[in-house]
Design a protein around this ligand. Structure first.
Ligand SMILES: *Cc1c(COP(=O)(O)O)cnc(C)c1O
Length: 235
């Protein structure tokens, strides 16, 4: 049940309206919240249709997909944003193809990415992924390690640290979900007082973005609500 190109435009204006409504409810300027379309599992033709709607940044969670799609969509001038767990042995292609990594969550990965970016002569924006939920399966840096990690990142001039990213607990309990987003904002404020300027907060997905916006998200990562159900969701 993927979106076709006609419903894509409808989905896009619908999500933008819902985001604007969430901003108004939170007393925030709608221009302060960006939507990052998450195109994982969707093919080049649908992404092309999104490009035609004016999108040029897309979130992906697998290096393999960034590689395949960047080859097929080389003419589109897309900025690929890595939002999924990144294995250290895959940094080479990320350093070559991605414009940004939002899933930076450990020193070993920062070091490896920095080395490869140096070799490529590139610098990229990064967000530090923080684990704000108690779910054992989620990746992310433990909150208490954030200050030291940010100090470490100061040594890597290829990594421009712009903010924090998180995934909330998967639950229908709104207070619990909102607590994850609040924690990320509070962490950002705390390290801000220690001299780390992190303007961006990437948090909120199709199912929980109003809560993230209420807690200060500057960017929400939206897949399903734009592109439709992914094949494994529909199955
Ligand atoms: C898939 C994914 C999203 C988008 O999820 P939807 O529920 O489809 O909006 C956001 N963030 C990450 C890290 C993802 O892997």
């Amino acid at each position: 049940m993927n979106a076709d190109t006609a419903s894509l435009a409808a989905n896009w204006s619908q999500i933008r309206e819902r985001v604007d409504a969430a901003c108004h409810a939170a007393g925030r300027d709608p221009a302060s919240v960006n939507i990052l379309p998450v195109s994982k599992t969707f093919g080049p033709s649908l992404i092309r249709a999104a490009v035609a709607l004016g999108q040029h940044r897309f979130g992906e969670n697998k290096v393999q997909e960034i590689r395949d799609k960047s080859a097929k969509l080389a003419d589109c001038g897309i900025d690929w944003v890595m939002i999924g767990h990144l294995q250290t042995n895959k940094v080479r292609e990320v350093a070559r193809l991605a414009s940004e990594v939002q899933s930076l969550d450990r020193s070993e990965l920062a070091e490896a990415l920095h080395r490869r970016l140096q070799a490529e002569g590139r610098a990229i924006d990064v967000l530090v992924q923080v684990k704000t939920s108690h779910e054992p399966s989620k990746y992310g840096l433990p909150p208490e390690q954030l200050p030291a990690f940010l100090d470490t990142l100061r040594g890597y001039d290829t990594l421009r640290v712009r903010g924090l990213m998180t995934l909330a607990t998967q639950t229908t309990e709104a207070t619990e979900v909102r607590g994850c987003f609040r924690l990320l904002r509070e962490l950002r404020d705390r390290v801000g007082a220690q001299g780390h300027d992190l303007p961006r907060l990437s948090m909120g997905m199709s199912g929980d973005f109003p809560l993230a916006i209420a807690e200060g998200a500057t960017e929400i990562r939206i897949g399903t609500a734009i592109f439709g159900l992914r094949p494994y969701q529909a199955a």
